[in-house]
Ligand binder design. Structure first.
Ligand code: SAM
Length: 251
């Protein structure tokens, strides 16, 4: 895999995406439907479930935290749903997705081709990734808890090396409290991955501490849901003093 060139000349887009068919502004919901329609039936059903879990408001929050242009790494991209979403919302982004599941990667490539978005996908485990960066942002959406606890710190270290100074490490994951929220999520995760894989959830304060030790300034928000998912978004800025450091203090 070749390293992306961060100094490439990207146009500066600051407004939401444009529907290539009509030149009209593309809403978040329209962008998601375009992704769903590009997938075969089984994968489309999975995508719609993911869209219902993640919700437009949560995606819009993450969208604002990501840079509007430049190279961005999507770790554990799966079917590339969010690469396709975030690159439709800001076409100046160049999103590189990695995931060890080759079937998901080939689907991600097909969807991206159909939508004409600026993305690349590679079938690889983050722990052996050839990606080097520097990236303006790296994000992991419901991926960190699928990485064994013994490897999580070295993965964070590796991703930190790939980020440019001032770059953003954006994590959407599940926190460990309240316990029934965690149990609810764990049951659904187990239904997806079976009983053998380790599910390595950590409390968001533990993640915040770890990230600070890597020199990040960290902000955390819990994202409420009608279902008991204990969603949390952790936005970490590499090596920069915070404008308003807001560790959540939530338990
Ligand atoms: C719950 S899915 C989330 C997929 C996608 N981020 C999304 O939100 O739809 C977790 C993904 O993490 C990927 N994954 C698990 N271990 C990984 C690793 N070591 N390196 C990269 N990706 C990994 C899985 O293959 C799977 O696609």
């Amino acid at each position: 895999m070749s390293s992306p060139n961060p100094s490439a000349d990207f146009p500066s887009f600051s407004s939401p995406g444009t529907d290539p068919g009509s030149d009209k502004e593309l809403s978040s919901t329209q962008a998601l439907w375009r992704i769903a329609r590009a997938l075969p039936l089984v994968e489309r059903s999975y995508a719609i479930i993911r869209f219902m879990i993640l919700r437009v408001k949560l995606l819009a929050t993450m969208d604002l935290m990501l840079p509007a242009e430049g190279p961005i790494l999507d770790v554990g991209c799966g079917f590339g749903l969010w690469s396709a979403y975030f690159s439709q919302m800001q076409p100046g982004r160049r999103i590189i997705g990695i995931d060890p599941n080759a079937h998901r990667i080939s689907m991600a490539q097909k969807v991206a081709q159909q939508l004409g978005v600026q993305t690349e996908f590679y079938a690889e485990d983050v722990r052996q990734s050839a990606a080097r960066g520097p990236f303006r942002a790296v994000y992991l959406l419901d991926v960190l808890h699928h990485i064994p606890s013994a490897d999580q710190i070295s993965v964070v270290s590796q991703l930190t090396d790939m980020l440019e100074e001032g770059g953003t490490l954006l994590i959407k994951d599940i926190t460990t409290k309240p316990w029934f929220g965690l149990k609810f999520t764990e049951i659904l995760d187990r239904a997806m991955v079976g009983m053998k894989e380790e599910l390595a959830y950590r409390h968001h304060n533990e993640w915040s501490e770890l990230l600070r030790e890597f020199g990040y300034t960290v902000r955390v928000v819990r994202v409420p849901d009608v279902l008991p998912y204990p969603h949390v978004i952790i936005a970490a800025t590499k090596g920069k003093r915070p404008v308003a450091q807001a560790a959540s203090g939530l338990n």
